[in-house]
Ligand binder design. Structure first.
Ligand SMILES: C[S@@+](CC[C@H](N)C(=O)[O-])C[C@H]1O[C@@H](n2cnc3c(N)ncnc32)[C@H](O)[C@@H]1O
Length: 186
C-alpha cells in the first residue's frame, strides 16, 4: 500500500479553536520516523511554514546522515531517511503526486471527531480498491484545524478504549503507532 504520513504544525487549532502554528519537537521527528520506517510508510512529511523550523528539521536529519553519526547508529539514520520537512500540506501533496503519478487520497485523524467515515479496515479497503496513494494526516497542538479537515477524503474514527471512562487524548506519537499497527501489524 502506498501510504504517506504527514505531521501537521499548520493549520492547527489552539485551546480556543483558533488557527495557529505549533513548533516542531525533536521527539516527533525521531519516534514517528521509526514507526513509519517499521510499518513501510513511503515518506514522512513534517509540515511547517516556518523556514527556521524546517532548517532545524533539516539540520537534525543532516546530522544523522553524517558518517560518524551513521556509523554510531545506522538504524536511526535509516529511519530518518524517509523524513522530510515541507512548508505546507499542498507541497507534500504535490510531491506525492509527482512520485506516484496521481494525487493521493487524504485521510485525517483526530481524538474527538463527532462524525467520521470509518475505521482503519474501511480506509484500507478504500485505498486498496482505488489503488490510490494515501496521505494520512496527524495533528499537533489541539488537533487539525477545520481548514485541514475540509480537504479530507476520509475521516478516520478516533482511537478509543473499552477500558476507559472516555479519555482518549494520546500523544501524536502513540496515535501514529497504533494506527500503523492496525493497518500493517501482523
Ligand atoms: C492533538 S495532538 C496532541 C499533541 C501533543 N501535544 C503531543 O505531544 O502529541 C495529537 C494528535 O494525535 C492524534 N490523536 C491523538 N489521540 C487520538 C485518538 N484518540 N484518536 C485518533 N487520533 C488521535 C491526532 O492526529 C491528534 O491531532
Amino acid at each position: 500500500m502506498k501510504l504517506y504520513l504527514g505531521l501537521v504544525h499548520h493549520p492547527i487549532k489552539n485551546k480556543l479553536g483558533e488557527l495557529v502554528t505549533t513548533s516542531v519537537t525533536n521527539l516527533d521527528i525521531h519516534d514517528i520516523s521509526r514507526s513509519c520506517r517499521t510499518f513501510g510508510v513511503k515518506k514522512y512529511f513534517i509540515v511547517t511554514p516556518f523556514v527556521a523550523q524546517r532548517e532545524l528539521v533539516d539540520s537534525i536529519l543532516g546530522h544523522w546522515e553524517q558518517d560518524k553519526a551513521n556509523a554510531y547508529n545506522p538504524d536511526r539514520q535509516d529511519a530518518l531517511s524517509i523524513a522530510r520537512a515541507v512548508d505546507s500540506i499542498e507541497t507534500a501533496i504535490a510531491e506525492i503526486t509527482k512520485m506516484e503519478g496521481q494525487a493521493p487520497m487524504i485521510a485525517v485523524t483526530g481524538a474527538n471527531f463527532d462524525s467520521f467515515d470509518g475505521d482503519v479496515s474501511q480506509l484500507t479497503k478504500k485505498i486498496e480498491g482505488s489503488n490510490m496513494p494515501c496521505f494520512l494526516l496527524f495533528g499537533t497542538g489541539w488537533g487539525l484545524h477545520p481548514i485541514a479537515l475540509e480537504k479530507a477524503d476520509f475521516k478516520l474514527s478516533p482511537i478509543i478504549s473499552k477500558n476507559s471512562d472516555g479519555y482518549n487524548h494520546l500523544s501524536v506519537r502513540s496515535a501514529v503507532a497504533i494506527y500503523l499497527d492496525r493497518m500493517f501489524g501482523s
